[in-house]
Write a protein that binds this ligand. Structure first.
Ligand code: NAP
Length: 118
């Protein structure tokens, strides 16, 4: 079914990593379809700027470190406390490229927690 504003109004989307680049662009485009937003990242100030750009829809902001164990459960409980989530855009992540002998295993564990488990 084609996506149109009439099929989207009243829905709620959870966008993780919504502060920058791809996540912020997705949030703005989804807002144009009339979808209410729950946005997450780490930096509240920058998220507020993204939220302002998503005018015309309800925007909730949740600050969460999805690199931490069980953070996804906490996020889901917070995001669904005020209504169901119809659309999940699980965008948060980062790239981490090193020679094998230069790998920071703490950072590596955070990467796997963030992009695989959370
Ligand atoms: N751009 C590319 O060419 C490319 C290619 C392949 C895959 N991807 C993937 O596509 C997604 C978006 O890419 P992008 O270029 O827009 O990346 P980006 O600008 O680095 O944005 C990533 C977002 O994820 C958030 N994030 C990072 N670590 C987090 C954590 N532990 N907990 C919660 N949020 C966290 C960041 O928040 P903060 O800024 O607050 O840290 C940021 O909002 C990422 O998952 C990336 O790995 C991108």
């Amino acid at each position: 079914m084609p996506v149109s504003k009439s099929t989207c109004v009243g829905k709620r989307a959870l966008v993780t990593g919504a502060f920058s680049d791809i996540g912020a662009a997705i949030a703005r485009e989804v807002a144009k379809l009339g979808v209410d937003l729950v946005l997450t990242a780490w930096r509240r100030d920058a998220l507020a700027a993204v939220a302002t750009a998503c005018n015309g829809v309800n925007v909730e902001i949740i600050i969460v470190d999805l690199g931490e164990r069980d953070a996804a459960f906490t996020l889901w409980a917070s995001a669904t406390a005020s209504g169901p989530i119809d659309i999940l855009i699980n965008n948060a992540g980062f790239g981490y490229f090193r020679r094998f002998e230069e790998i920071d295993w703490t950072r590596d564990a955070e990467l796997m927690q963030l992009i695989m488990t959370s």
